[in-house]
Design a protein around this ligand. Sequence first.
Ligand code: ADP
Length: 449
Amino acid sequence: PRDTVDVVIVGSGGAGFSAAISATDSGAKVILIEKEPVIGGNAKLAAGGMNAAWTDQQKAKDIKDSPESMYKDTMKGGRNLNDPALVEILTSHSKASVDWMTKMGADLNDVGRMGGASANRAHRPTGGAGVGAHVVQVLYDNAVKRDIDLRMNTRGIEVLKDDDGKVKGILVKGMYKGYYWVKADAVVLATGGFAKNNDRVASLDPKLKGFISTNQPGAVGDGLDVAQNAGGALKDMQYIQAHPTLSVKGGVMVTEAVRGNGAILVNREGKRFVNEITTRDKASAAILGQTGKSAFLIFDDSVRKSLSKINKYIGLGVAPTADSLVKLGKMEGIDGKALTETVARYNSLVASGKDTDFERPNLPRALNEGNYYAIEVTPGVHHTMGGVMIDTKAEVVNAKKQVIPGLYGAGEVTGGVHGANRLGGNAISDIVTFGRLAGEEAAKYSKKN
Ligand code: ADP
């Protein structure tokens, strides 16, 4: 029958699509449901990159890196509150995940630096275009190729179980069909996070009350309730990440890669105040400490040319430009004289190869080419680290760490991979690696049941 399959996957972001494809390739028949009228979730908005170590792409560029180094950076970034076993999977599978995506047609040849990383390991399309949109497009094309049954406007409501507590599918609500039961031996929850739900966010972290969010409208966390009602335990819910650089003018998120590629952050007084590529929590706190609770990303044409994404910001009108720093300062209300001195000082640090002012670990280029740009930025809620507890097979577990037979979780809906703070570039890595793992494991499980 139409509504009976081996594995049903809830959510069409990167985790959901990865799970659907890998379950299909493992021999399972699947249905993928999505409550919104569009695919891709937050995954398609991701701009920074896909973190991975020991990849062919890194080798081609002579970048020295290792899964151990990625492991250490991820744990440190997460304030060591991450689940080490999950981080081990994230990092040791990262190359395989990049290869998997590449084999399916992705271009992940550009490798850049993101905050908290001790090597260039954020993989993205040539020219630096948005990695999330590309990854989602490749996954979607591959789902279509496999004739995967994708049902839009269909919300997962409640996991259904038999008397032994084994998953038997999920009650869904289709926009036109109403409520019906999709029968399956395994359910993969890939419903993303809840950053767009400010009531829920503020109830867990009152400091974030009223913050704007970078997320798509579906990121309200109803999947967490589905998991919890099915017996899944939630963990780390209080860890909610503000992305340090949301454009004040347009509300768009400005990727960390702008800083990674060389932009500096200055305040209204025209002064630098932080290592620009520190972790997101520290950068956010530093920006909120400045006059007007905002700061400016300052860069030149050499940075613009290094990252095609920047043309988008210019196109959106959020990156005013001028041929001198004094003019730029006048336009944006920044002390232009101080700004000129700050940039000159920064350029001398670049020339010396060491940032003795703020210990910024990478100094990719001096800012002295062509026009200058300023993007005013402030932090917004970006990612929710907490979520459903899973084990190393992506099985959802209860508070006693007992597996709920047939229930799997992957991506932002889960907690544990990122600890208290997620590093930029680790989300795409997470959703591909754990989505793929959940799909494989769910397919295997459904064969036995
Ligand atoms: P991830 O990055 O973990 O893949 P995303 O935010 O990219 O997460 O994708 C999650 C997707 O799941 C979104 O498209 C969202 O609309 C969808 N979703 C959330 N809750 C439900 C639900 N209850 N039923 C169906 N789809 C859901």
